[in-house]
Design a protein around this ligand. Structure first.
Ligand SMILES: *Cc1c(COP(=O)(O)O)cnc(C)c1O
Length: 437
């Protein structure tokens, strides 16, 4: 594909969007797909292969959304596709136990620290809801601590924003969420252990669980500072609280055992999703044996699902782990290519005189339009969103698709080779100049 300009921004609004808006709120099935903050029309995808997507107008893009995380191996990986097709031929869903799910559970348990038993669910939202339920049941306490700007799915108790002033308890972040639903959710600041201490002090009846994205992806890529995850581990151990690593994004992404393995900190519970299903809906929560044995039917904590451990997702998950294991240098390669991309983008931003902070952990990365590094949501909230939107549009016009939000991590996949990365850096040369305007 050449670096020619796409006609996207000047093309008439596609008819799919008008149609979709008649039958679906905003025309999309998840808000960020509407590109609203980017001030341009969204695109609709008809096919994907490797590092590339093709939209309904026949335009091709180099994709850095990666389906919001699952596409570690690149799109339409042949072995994963074959596994899904083979599973489909054996029957789509049984609603009963099936041997391949045992193997997937064994293989995840073998590689994810803190995970001695696992329960499969369908979405990350279910996984985090369920992990918190177990944490509350295990401790007999109500209060959970989450971090401002982190995302753990859309369960009511997580849809909370930091309260004003000294208050650590939040207020509902969405109409339809009652104050009661969030009254037991305390908000701390990522990379700030003192704010965590305040939550522990203020928690009526003690803290049941701390839930954290060990590498934040949902305010853009924000790595944990040295000592931060260890500090959470210490505090939870001392207070008898359950430490939950929400690795729905970072699991199998930042290392073969996720962030817990990469940083050497072992949580009490882990949530997984995205890559775990290899592109088919599958998520999981897991943890120490004493916690997981509380889950029904082994124990009294209720949790269930019609499509849980769906055979197609289990097949795709197994094939994905096979492909990961068949490529021992996969994570090193992603690290090198990620570093090369970040370096190239940094140089182009500098040449254009645009202050940016490019943050990366392995194949997760974000261009923040901020001269300062982003350590927490306070920093992220202060980035130049308009400059990001201009940069996004300028890249899109050159066939490079970034996440349509200043606060979402971008991803490279195993299919993002040096040529793809060079083409991206080349496009960024002019895009940073346009972002400045
Ligand atoms: C995506 C995500 C979720 C929610 O997963 P869904 O499958 O979209 O419900 C939860 N936590 C984190 C860290 C995520 O990135």
């Amino acid at each position: 594909m050449s670096a020619t300009t796409h006609p996207h921004l000047s093309a008439p609004a596609s008819t799919w969007l008008d149609r979709a808006r008649q039958v679906t709120p905003g025309g999309v099935h998840s808000p960020v797909r509407a590109f609203a903050a980017m001030q341009c029309d969204p695109i609709a995808i008809v096919s994907a292969e490797g590092a590339r997507l093709t939209d309904s107008e026949g335009r091709e893009y180099i994709d850095y959304i990666g389906a919001w995380g699952p596409a570690l191996l690149g799109h339409a990986h042949p072995a994963v596709e074959e596994a899904v097709v083979a599973a489909a031929r054996r029957g789509l869903v049984f609603g009963l136990a099936s041997p391949p799910e045992i193997e997937l559970a064994e293989r995840i348990v073998a590689r994810v620290p803190g995970c001695q038993m696992i329960r499969f669910v369908v979405t990350g939202t279910e996984a985090t809801m369920s992990a918190v339920r177990v944490g509350r049941a295990a401790t007999g306490r109500r209060v959970i601590v989450k971090f401002a700007g982190a995302y753990h799915g859309h369960a009511d108790m997580f849809l909370v924003s930091a309260g004003s002033g000294a208050a650590t308890f939040g207020t509902p972040d969405s109409p339809g969420v009652t104050p009661g639903a969030v009254q037991d959710t305390a908000i701390a600041r990522f990379n700030d252990l003192e704010s965590v201490d305040r939550c522990f002090q203020d928690a009526d009846g003690g803290v049941a669980a701390v839930i954290v994205e060990p590498v934040v992806g949902n305010m853009g890529c924000v790595p944990p500072e040295p000592g931060f995850l260890e500090g959470l581990r210490d505090r939870c151990t001392r207070a008898g609280a359950i430490l939950i690593f929400d690795e729905v994004m970072s699991g199998f992404r930042v290392s073969r055992g996720g962030a817990a393995a990469r940083y050497g900190v072992t949580p009490d519970m882990v949530t997984l999703g995205k890559i775990a299903g290899g592109g088919v809906p599958l998520a999981a929560f897991g943890g120490q044996w004493e916690l997981m044995k509380l889950v029904a039917p082994a124990g009294p904590v209720y949790q269930a699902g019609t499509y849980a451990a769906h055979p197609l997702a289990v097949a795709a998950g197994l094939a994905t782990l096979d492909a990961i294991d068949a490529t021992p240098d996969l994570y090193d390669t992603l690290e090198h290519r990620g570093a090369r991309l970040a370096q190239g983008l940094r140089a182009e931003a500098e040449a254009a005189g645009v202050p940016v902070s490019i943050q990366r952990v392995g194949s997760m990365w974000t261009v923040f339009f901020s001269a300062r590094p982003i350590r927490s949501w306070d920093d992220a909230a202060a980035v130049d969103r308009e400059a990001f939107a201009r940069f996004f549009r300028a890249m899109l016009a050159r066939g490079i698709l970034l996440p349509p939000s200043a606060f979402e991590s971008a991803f490279i996949s195993a299919a993002h080779d040096d040529a793809v990365i060079d083409q991206t850096i080349q496009a960024a040369h002019a895009a940073f100049v346009e972002a400045r305007a």
